[in-house]
Write a protein that binds this ligand. Structure first.
Ligand SMILES: Cc1cc2nc3c(=O)[nH]c(=O)nc-3n(C[C@H](O)[C@H](O)[C@H](O)COP(=O)(O)O)c2cc1C
Length: 248
């Protein structure tokens, strides 16, 4: 059976993973809670957002635990600029000795929107265009039309510097008076970095900057640098309750 491992904060990667499952079969596993090494699967498709021209920190930390014999396909998705993310992830897999067979990259709506707003019409058209691109990736997977990325000019170093600084972003979050202490941020955080102490939301120092809490707070009470902007994003084509689940 195919293992479809995914990480997603705002639903885009989950949407792609579910589409792949529909046409390729297999089982979905949410990386933050998955304890295995993929040895139970025949082969693995890993679906992940691009974070800062690279892999989200928790995906980066997961890959060394993977069974090196399993054929691996990575499907990355991004909001605006790939940089060298595909080549970076590919080289990292090679360095780890993983059996990486193919990489695919898809454009989805941007989630790193703490300081700017993406117009609704653009989100809609990006989602529409993504449909055929996702189908194309699935056809390529089913027909074993594999491809690997070539080196680009973006330097790996910038990504590595950003990655080691991600935990600092939480220091720029604050919670407005709209917070009703519902605890959703606590439960959606993939690295258990948020707690409620003395009736206050507290951010620890393990943040990976996925922005799940920021986008999914029902009150839009989590703010970045106290910006009062109210637009938040979650992929409208998936059920938010499924994010975080393993799906057979
Ligand atoms: C911390 C962070 C960094 C990001 N870095 C990039 C980037 O370097 N290039 C890009 O095009 N999109 C970037 N994005 C946007 C996401 O890759 C994109 O919106 C993705 O579809 C989100 O997937 P998800 O909904 O499954 O979490 C970033 C998003 C976050 C939260």
């Amino acid at each position: 059976m195919v293992g479809i491992l995914y990480f997603s904060a705002t639903g885009n990667s989950l949407y792609i993973a579910k589409k792949i499952q529909e046409k390729v079969g297999g089982e979905l596993k949410y990386i933050p809670s998955y304890q295995g090494n993929c040895s139970e699967f025949d082969n693995v498709i890993l679906v992940t957002p691009i974070h800062s021209y690279g892999l989200p920190k928790l995906v980066y930390d997961f890959l060394p635990k993977m069974d090196k014999n399993k054929e691996l396909i990575i499907v990355q998705n991004y909001g605006g600029m790939v940089g060298g993310a595909d080549f970076y992830a590919y080289s990292y897999c090679k360095k780890l000795g993983l059996n990486i067979k193919s990489m695919f990259v898809l454009k989805m709506p941007e989630s790193f929107t703490t300081t700017f707003t993406v117009p609704k019409f653009y989100i809609k058209s990006t989602l529409k265009k993504a449909e055929s691109a996702i189908e194309n990736v699935i056809d390529n997977i089913n027909n074993k039309k594999y491809s690997l990325p070539k080196q680009k000019k973006t330097k790996e170093k910038k990504y590595l510097i950003n990655k080691s600084n991600w935990n600092k972003i939480a220091k720029s979050f604050c919670v407005s008076e709209d917070c009703v202490k519902c605890g959703k941020c606590v439960s959606v955080c993939p690295v258990h970095n948020i707690s409620i102490e003395n009736d206050k939301v507290v951010f620890g120092d393990k943040c990976i900057a996925c922005l799940g809490c920021y986008h999914r707070c029902p009150q839009k009470a989590i703010r970045y640098k106290n910006h009062k902007k109210k637009d938040r994003y979650f992929n409208p084509n998936v059920d938010e309750n499924e994010l975080g689940k393993n799906i057979k």
